[in-house]
Design a protein around this ligand. Structure first.
Ligand code: NAP
Length: 238
């Protein structure tokens, strides 16, 4: 049987926004795609759209739930044989003054944006190390590069993920695994309130701007790694 050398890319939280844009961009680049969402049926339409270009599997995965992540990684490996690239995209953002943020909202951001990165990375890394090859790219945020009000928990969760990835990069660089982070500035997706999109949407980036940068990071020669990339709207932060 002929082996298929095209990379298998797992994108978490692929239903909409940046995740869906990365899926479209990487389908165009000829990657094979494993799209996960909390409910697999939410990515069915995207699967139908992208199947014209490439192999696309859909999977259920709540990144905050370790059992769900383990099951999803196993299901992807069963369908595609391996996972070459993990895109840690799933994320939640609630932007409010600290005292207005509920403890549940705080926990949700840590659970998805930090624990989720750990859960998914842990699920794919052993096989990448064994094969001596793999890429793990996290959609981090400009919120760790600059300080913004109303971003305490979001910024803390993303800063935690960055510290995690910086340490992991040092651990696995000799083993052929590249750890990458992109820090997008404001991008027009549903993570923002309707009011913010109405007021600032025009100066925000589009999800496909971030997706193109992600593709370029992945396509950089394997002798090199784009460790961290800041991508801001041309007109700067909001
Ligand atoms: P979005 O449209 O709200 O998309 C977020 C995605 O994450 C949704 O598909 C959502 O799934 C998924 N998700 C949330 N909790 C999840 C969980 N527990 N398990 C699995 N999936 C989960 O926002 P976006 O802007 O595209 O965000 C994508 C990533 O970019 C996030 O990590 C975000 O922090 C980051 N980012 C965004 C911006 C920006 O300005 N938009 C800037 C910098 C970084 P459901 O559909 O099931 O809710």
């Amino acid at each position: 049987m002929k082996t298929d050398n095209r990379d298998v890319v797992w994108i978490t939280g692929a239903r909409r926004g940046i995740g869906a844009a990365v899926a479209r961009e990487l389908a165009e680049a000829g990657k094979r795609l494993a799209l996960s969402a909390r409910r697999a049926e939410d990515v069915k339409e995207l699967q139908t759209e992208l199947r014209e270009h490439t192999d696309v599997g859909i999977f259920s995965c709540d990144v905050a739930d370790r059992a769900s992540v383990t099951d999803c990684a196993q299901a992807i490996a069963d369908e595609f044989g391996r996972i070459d690239v993990l895109i840690n995209n799933a994320g939640v953002g609630v932007f409010k003054p600290m005292l207005e943020l509920s403890p549940e909202e705080f926990d949700a951001m840590i659970d998805v944006n930090l624990r989720g990165v750990y859960n998914c990375t842990r699920a794919v890394l052993p096989d990448m190390i064994e094969r001596g090859r793999g890429d793990i790219l996290t959609i981090n945020s400009i919120a760790v590069q600059a300080s913004f009000a109303n971003c305490t928990a979001y910024g803390a969760s993303k800063a935690g993920a960055l510290a995690f990835n910086r340490s992991l990069r040092a651990e696995v660089r000799e083993q052929g695994v590249r750890i990458m982070d992109i820090f997008p500035g404001a991008t027009a997706t549903a993570i923002w309130s309707d009011d913010m999109l109405e007021e600032f949407g025009e100066r925000m980036m589009e999800p496909r701007d971030v997706a193109q940068a992600v593709r370029e990071m992945l396509e950089t020669s394997r002798r090199a790694v784009v460790e961290e990339l800041v991508l801001r709207p041309r007109r700067g932060d909001l």
